[in-house]
Write a protein that binds this ligand. Structure first.
Ligand code: IPE
Ligand code: IPE
Ligand code: MG
Length: 260
């Protein structure tokens, strides 16, 4: 169990607090850019640009905190419905950030992956994504997943299509389909289970993010708007995660006394 270290008040012995494992895989719904800009009397895209610094802070923190995977929701499959001007600034920003950050991520041992249906993007952008992924593919310190044109339902349907294909070609029988075989076709397949989902911007919803992966994730919501997110806020979320009792369907007593 992950919990608060016990307090050895009645003994003279020094009891080392049990090391806290911390989350292996954290995902963030980076929300609130538009409102942050509007509060400052600026146009919404000013907030998207400001949000890039928060992405850097999140990556920095994840590396320091030994988080193995960080999955950031950058653009949802529904975000295409926004005004054309905003969508095009977001695409441009994605391009610029890939140009300016890919080498730095590589130098810092970060493996970059983009999850989502990138076929809808401009071919030059897709090429840039593939190049950055190939350059960083052997890095081990942190896997940084950028969810772009991503939808949780798309992810599930996509996995179902691959499984259906295996059945159609006879490689797999319907009876062999189970949660484990299905999971291997989800976009985050090779990563640790999602432990913690953070959403900034004050809304308490998933907005079609990692639907399959959220099954047993701990959820942390904060009113902080994404451009104001920093390492301290990330630390608060991790501290909160570290004192939760994750029961996975068991009772609290079972966790405290294994075998009971
Ligand atoms: C999140 O911030 C960024 C994207 C969805 C691309 P928003 O742009 O949704 O900001 P708010 O929620 O309107 O303030
Ligand atoms: C979720 O934020 C998507 C991203 C952060 C990329 P939205 O702003 O699109 O979510 P809703 O529309 O408020 O649910
Ligand atoms: Mg929003």
């Amino acid at each position: 169990m992950i919990g608060k270290p016990s307090n050895a008040a009645n003994t003279t012995q020094t009891v080392e607090p049990a090391p806290v494992a911390g989350p292996n895989h954290v995902a963030i719904i980076m929300d609130g850019n538009g409102r942050w800009a509007q509060k400052k009397g600026k146009i919404r895209t000013f907030g998207h640009k400001a949000g890039v610094e928060s992405v850097r802070a999140a990556v920095r923190f994840a590396r320091k905190a030994n988080i193995q995977s960080l999955t950031l929701f950058a653009f949802s499959s529904e975000n295409w419905k926004r005004p054309e001007e905003e969508v095009s600034v977001l695409m441009e920003l994605f391009n610029l950030v890939l140009n300016s950050e890919a080498k730095r991520l590589h130098k810092n041992g970060v493996r970059l992956k983009v999850i989502g249906d990138v076929s809808a993007f401009d071919s030059k952008l897709v090429e840039k994504i593939r190049k950055a992924e190939a350059m960083t593919e052997n890095n081990q310190d942190l896997v940084l997943n950028i969810a772009a044109n991503y939808g949780g339902r798309w992810d599930i349907v996509n996995a179902a299509k691959v499984v259906a294909q295996h059945v159609a070609t006879g490689e797999m029988r319907v009876d062999d389909i189970n949660e484990d075989t299905f999971s291997t076709h989800i976009s985050t397949a090779k990563l640790p289970e999602l432990d913690l989902l953070i959403r900034t911007g004050g809304e308490h919803r998933i907005s079609n993010f990692l639907l399959w992966q959220c099954a047993y994730a701990e959820l942390f919501f904060t009113d902080v708007l994404w451009p104001d997110f920093n390492e301290e806020v990330f630390q608060l979320a991790v501290d909160d995660f570290n004192v939760r009792q994750r029961r996975f369907g068991l009772t609290g007593e079972q966790l405290l006394t294994p075998g009971s």
